[in-house]
Design a binder for this molecule. Structure first.
Ligand code: G3P
Length: 262
């Protein structure tokens, strides 16, 4: 049985407010080998890490990310919503802001691979090129560790194909919706021409699916897996990574897998 890599979804988002530096650092401290985040573009074309195109759900601001400048977004509180009943956040305010991609890379480089989700390439002109420019400015694309530092993922086939042309060295993962045709073995063969892995919904993953993906040379990293019994099922199925909100539960499940093997 393979020990799947731990991929902390939006950081350790069950334990700290998603995509904030607090969630990223928590994931790293808990041993995540990979940290997943989402990128959007501000009005002044800065890459920021936030899941939604809107600021409403995870900050005390409102409106679209693309309608505000970075300085305005930086003033927002992206963490207090997480702490219910008026409990005081156990982090200083700087750790609970919307981070730039560069700030997140400063935390993850040398410690974990950053899995960057191009969430809404349809909303932004040239998001792929702007992302690669941002990675280059952060020193990622010029270094020999580029492949270890970042991997890119999207539901958009067009984005991934473009990234394969623009930056073939940076690994890519095709996200797959639960009802997608890509879950057939034939489609996996096509996906393998422009990515190194697939991230299917956990409910799509069986041992047969994993074997078919591996036959095509693709890794399998299902999302978003938080139930311990499901983690154990997927470990037995032979997945290569597990995207989870809760690194603690996955640590326990991976440990249980080791115990079962003994
Ligand atoms: O890793 C991404 C996967 O969880 C699906 O995307 O939008 O639910 O974070 P999302």
């Amino acid at each position: 049985m393979v020990r799947p890599r731990m991929i902390a979804h939006r950081g350790a988002s069950a334990l700290a407010p998603e995509n904030t530096p607090a969630a990223i650092l928590t994931a790293l401290e808990l041993g995540a080998e990979w940290v997943e985040t989402d990128v959007h573009l501000t009005r002044d074309n800065h890459l920021v890490c936030i899941h939604d195109a809107s600021l409403d759900r995870t900050t005390n601001g409102s409106g679209s990310v693309r309608d505000l400048d970075l300085a305005e977004i930086k003033r927002l509180d992206a963490g207090s919503w997480f702490y219910h009943s008026g409990a005081k956040a156990p982090w200083e305010r700087g750790w609970l802001r919307v981070p730039t991609l560069s700030e997140v890379l400063d935390l993850t480089r040398g410690r974990a691979t950053l899995l960057i989700h191009l969430k809404r390439p349809d909303l932004y002109a040239d998001l792929e090129q702007r992302l690669l420019d941002g990675l280059r400015e952060a020193g990622v694309l010029d270094g020999s560790d580029a492949e270890r530092d970042v991997t890119l993922q999207s539901f958009s086939v067009g984005s991934l194909r473009l990234l394969a042309l623009l930056a073939p060295r940076i690994p890519r993962i095709q996200l797959i919706l639960p009802d997608s045709d890509a879950v057939t073995a034939r489609a996996l063969d096509a996906v393998a021409r422009y990515t190194q892995g697939v991230a299917p919904c956990q409910t799509s993953v069986t041992p047969e699916f994993v074997a078919a993906a591996h036959d095509c040379g693709l890794t399998v990293s299902p999302y978003t897996v938080n139930a311990p019994c499901e983690m154990r099922r997927l470990i037995r199925a032979g997945v290569d990574g597990i995207i989870t909100d809760n690194p603690v539960e996955l640590s326990i499940a991976r440990g249980a897998g080791a115990a079962i093997r003994r």
